[in-house]
Design a protein around this ligand. Structure first.
Ligand SMILES: Cc1cc2nc3c(=O)[nH]c(=O)nc-3n(C[C@H](O)[C@H](O)[C@H](O)COP(=O)(O)OP(=O)(O)OC[C@H]3O[C@@H](n4cnc5c(N)ncnc54)[C@H](O)[C@@H]3O)c2cc1C
Length: 442
């Protein structure tokens, strides 16, 4: 049995099937992919928008393996000049070594605050040790020390000013409250130089897995109970026809812990604690399709590339995914929001798209009359995800990481939250491969 048809569950089911296992996948929604979700409605000329997973770097070996295996094509994002809107000032990314036009920097941060950010991140990464050690972070004292911090508190301990942090968030998203050890390990293993995404939409990857698995996936089937004895696992689920129970030799639980909390289980000890305590990070995207790529004529100079405008406003970052669209004339931009920005956006309720439209017009001059289509998603509102990705508090990673990964009897745990590549498809897929090996070895 595999619970959840996100990429973690799909990878496990696909590999177990190929090893001759008789696999059934239970999925609560009517589609595969979970947090890989591509919106196509509401756009003209074949426009599409990634509501969840978007970028694939050349370092994402697990994702790329299946992209190649299923014969999917990748499209690189274009590059270009980025603007900022911070402290109410709008300016282009200053050349390296040139002072940023912002107030409140601390000693030594100007004239090259970007280098100062890299120094801080680099000093944290140096404390991580070997993140691939099975006992990590518990096996590395300096990583355990880092686990006591959020990224922001670690930066502040090295003297980072609020301005430096806000400038960093304008570039990378409001990630200051992430566990420093978790986010720096993720940064160290995940980032590359060439972001790409799948031609026509990233959901082609889960749909390719789903096609290979065929009727083994039962959609609209919500898992409600997991129990086990020495011989088997029993899974209770409900679908449109009622409640059912299936017995299996082994089970892969690839449900995010937020919806898993609603499932009746008899897990104990740190496993039960981790399921109860893992938080999910607020994240939201609000897309607008545009009549033209008007930012190429921005008053500051031509803008372009995926990172169009970095801001300290609720809009977070304005990203540009026009290079992924079939029609070269129309544009596609999005406001990508983390943490308090995503919460504030959600707080506007039905007025939120209108509010964002007004904000975008302020951040990108010339957008008035340009916005012709919209799609948006607030991940903390999705009952099957509970948020963008697993989010550990300071002091939690050292005990929670092994607790999240370890099997409990005949139940094996997969999902991005069990991986080093938190918040990436690569992590979900790697975890699906890991549990396959666990089951083969059992
Ligand atoms: C905003 C955002 C941006 C991202 N950006 C990127 C990116 O740029 N690049 C990248 O590689 N990754 C990115 N990711 C991360 C990536 O999407 C995830 O890491 C990955 O898709 C998670 O896969 P998963 O299988 O672990 O979980 P999920 O995809 O969440 O799958 C879990 C499945 O379980 C199902 N389920 C839940 N409860 C039940 C139940 N009770 N019964 C049955 N089924 C249930 C859900 O419906 C879902 O299908 C992003 C994610 C988000 C949200």
């Amino acid at each position: 049995m595999v619970l959840g048809a996100g990429l973690a569950g799909l990878t496990a089911a696909y590999n177990l099937m190929r090893h001759g296992y008789d696999v059934i996948v239970l999925e609560a929604q009517n589609r595969p992919g979970g947090r890989v979700q591509t919106a196509r409605e509401g756009f003209v000329r074949g426009g599409h928008a990634e509501l969840g997973a978007i970028r694939i770097f050349e370092t994402h070996e697990h994702t790329l393996k299946y992209v190649n295996e299923f014969g999917l094509q990748l499209v690189p994002y274009d590059t270009g000049q980025r603007a900022y809107f911070i402290q109410g000032k709008r300016f282009l990314h200053p050349p390296q070594g040139t002072a940023w036009p912002l107030d409140g920097f601390g000693p030594g941060e100007q004239p090259d605050p970007v280098t100062r950010i890299f120094e801080i991140l680099g000093s944290g990464i140096a404390k991580l040790g070997n993140v691939f050690d099975p006992g990590w972070p518990g096996s590395v004292p300096s990583a355990v020390e880092l686990d006591q911090h959020t990224l922001a508190s670690y930066g502040r301990s090295l003297g980072a000013s609020n301005t430096l942090l806000e400038m960093f968030y304008a570039q990378e998203g409001r990630c200051g409250e992430w566990n420093a050890a978790a986010v720096l390990a993720m940064e160290a293993v995940s980032f590359g130089s060439t972001p790409q995404s799948i031609k026509g939409g990233n959901d082609k990857l889960p749909y390719a897995f789903a096609a290979a698995l065929g009727k083994r996936i039962k959609y609209n089937s919500e898992v409600i109970r997991i129990s086990q004895d020495e011989r088997s696992v029993r899974i209770g689920y409900r679908d449109r026809s009622g409640r059912h129970e299936i017995r299996a030799d082994r089970c892969v639980c690839a449900l995010p812990f937020a919806p898993l909390r609603r499932v009746s289980t008899d897990f104990t000890g740190t496993k039960a604690d981790a399921i109860a305590k893992l938080r999910y990070f607020p994240a939201a995207r609000c897309y607008f399709q545009t009549r033209s790529r008007f930012w190429e004529k921005d008053p500051l100079g031509p803008l372009g590339g995926v990172n169009l405008v970095g801001t300290d406003t609720m809009a977070g970052r304005i990203w540009n995914t026009s290079s992924q669209q079939a029609d070269p004339r129309f544009g596609m931009i999005q406001s990508y929001m983390f943490d308090t920005d995503a919460l504030a956006y959600a707080g506007y309720g039905r007025r939120r798209v209108g509010r964002m439209r007004t904000m975008v017009e302020n951040l990108l001059p010339g957008s008035s009359g340009q916005l012709i289509g919209c799609a948006e998603k607030v991940w903390q509102e999705d009952p099957w995800a509970g948020g963008g990705w697993g989010w550990t508090r300071p002091g939690e990673l050292t005990w929670m990481r092994p607790a999240m990964m370890q099997p409990a009897g005949r139940v094996h745990f997969a999902g991005e939250h069990t991986s080093l590549w938190i918040a990436w498809m690569n992590g979900a897929i790697e975890s699906g491969e890991r549990v396959t090996q666990e089951i083969l070895a059992a």
